[in-house]
Design a binder for this molecule. Structure first.
Ligand SMILES: [Zn+2]
Length: 64
């Protein structure tokens, strides 16, 4: 059946962080970090994402 074939694909879908601002959207868009963050926090594994619902940008620290 077609549904069985799709199962594997669903499991591989990347899960995004929820937006801390609107609690609804997902942070699915990578945004370039600002100059300051890039050079001051280069030792931190921080990435910047934009919410797909409210459009606000958040810094997300990657968890080990
Ligand atoms: Zn949002």
């Amino acid at each position: 059946m077609v549904l069985d074939l799709n199962k594997e694909w669903i499991n591989n879908v990347q899960t995004y962080r929820k937006c801390p601002h609107c609690q609804k959207g997902q942070l699915d868009t990578r945004v370039k970090r600002s100059f300051l963050v890039k050079y001051v926090f280069f030792w931190m594994d921080v990435k910047r994402y934009e919410c797909n619902t409210c459009g606000k940008k958040s810094y997300i620290k990657r968890e080990a």
